[in-house]
Design a protein around this ligand. Structure first.
Ligand SMILES: NC(=O)c1ccc[n+]([C@@H]2O[C@H](COP(=O)([O-])OP(=O)(O)OC[C@H]3O[C@@H](n4cnc5c(N)ncnc54)[C@H](OP(=O)(O)O)[C@@H]3O)[C@@H](O)[C@H]2O)c1
Length: 320
């Protein structure tokens, strides 16, 4: 990892010589389309160069538009090569024959010709089809028992072979499910994206990742902004006062200093600047945060594949 004294510039090498991931990433889980465009442009202007998307967020088109317009407005200062773009395969596209069409559809919506990283959004295969939230008459998710995670992984390996995707990985995965994929993979996972913050440090998973050249990409580093929550935690606020930074900046710096990459979702221009303008924490502050004992998982997606932070539309709630 190239962690420079300016931790905003930290870049983490990907396995298989697939380039480097800017550690400070911007997440695009933003339900409103106009807000997706403005927040993505604000993030690019603030300095973010890593953008995390998903077909399930329903806004790849808007993210693509914002990135294109932002690059064009930079008059050559920012190019596609300066930007790291990830998107994710949704659960209803796990059947191997659906993977490449889903990948190509994401590329088309994002208006790009290659992806830096493609992730399997969750390890749960849902009934294949265009309904992203298939339910039976009792409201239970319909899974696809015929498709294993390894079947889907093999299809992602083929995408790398075809040269349109530099790295592949998994999201919402536990160590128990990661290990067999890691062992069987021809192309090893380069990244795992999971919820992680001081109340869910995922220490064992992080250790496995460090030993095996996998980047742990932490989502909800600010505890998803839930209140009361990490942003108001007295340990975090006291450190923020001591080091002259905001609680959000303290939490983001902690994540990078422990060797993870992260995704945060500031929506306003002011918060984009705040969340990018982070600085290294003194060692004692870093250790104090690492000693927090409270444990809390905010997003239950890891248990079922059903998204915890994506608002259910009436249509998806009805299973149509
Ligand atoms: N793989 C998965 O299943 C999965 C699941 C969840 C998320 N993700 C990815 O991870 C990304 C980040 O997750 P997240 O949205 O939970 O991240 P987060 O940054 O921890 O939480 C975002 C929330 O924090 C608030 N916030 C942002 N900056 C702040 C600041 N400086 N001070 C105070 N509050 C602040 C925002 O409030 P405002 O909106 O009011 O600004 C928003 O409510 C997502 O966009 C998505 O790309 C992936």
């Amino acid at each position: 990892m190239t962690e420079s004294p300016d931790i905003r510039a930290t870049r983490i090498p990907l396995a298989n010589s697939a380039g480097q991931m800017p550690a400070l990433g911007f997440g695009t889980l933003i339900p409103d389309h106009a807000e997706t465009i403005s927040a993505t442009k604000n993030a690019l202007a603030a300095g973010f160069r890593h953008f995390d998307c998903a077909e399930r967020y329903g806004n790849e088109r808007e993210v693509g538009q914002a990135l294109h317009e932002g690059i064009a407005a930079s008059s050559g200062a920012i190019t596609r090569q300066d930007i790291f773009v990830t998107t994710k395969l949704w659960n209803s596209n796990h059947r191997p024959d659906r993977v490449e069409p889903a990948f190509e559809a994401s590329l088309a919506r994002l208006q790009i010709t290659y992806l830096d990283l493609y992730l399997i959004h969750t390890p749960f295969a849902f009934q294949p089809g265009d309904n992203q939230d298939p339910r039976d008459k009792d409201g239970n998710v319909i899974y696809d028992p015929q498709t294993t995670l390894l079947d889907t992984w093999r299809a992602l390996e083929t995408l790398v072979d075809h040269g349109k995707c530099r790295a592949i990985g998994l999201s919402d995965i536990t160590l128990d499910k990661l290990k067999p994929i890691y062992e069987s993979a021809r192309i090893k996972p380069a990244v795992v994206q999971v919820e992680s913050h001081p109340c869910l440090p995922e220490t064992e998973l992080l250790e496995f990742c460090k030993q095996n050249n996998i980047i742990l990409l932490a989502f909800a580093p600010l505890g998803h902004g839930m209140k009361p929550g990490l942003i108001e935690d007295p340990i975090i606020t006291a450190i923020a006062t001591r080091v002259g930074k905001t609680p959000a900046q303290v939490l983001l710096a902690w994540a990078i200093q422990r060797g993870t990459a992260l995704l945060t979702t500031p929506r306003s221009a002011a918060r984009a600047k705040e969340n990018f303008d982070i600085a290294r924490l003194p060692q004692d502050a870093f250790e104090e945060i690492s000693r927090i004992q409270t444990r809390q998982r905010l997003n239950p997606v890891v248990n079922t594949g059903v998204p915890g932070f994506i608002p259910q539309t009436k249509a998806s709630a009805q299973g149509s």
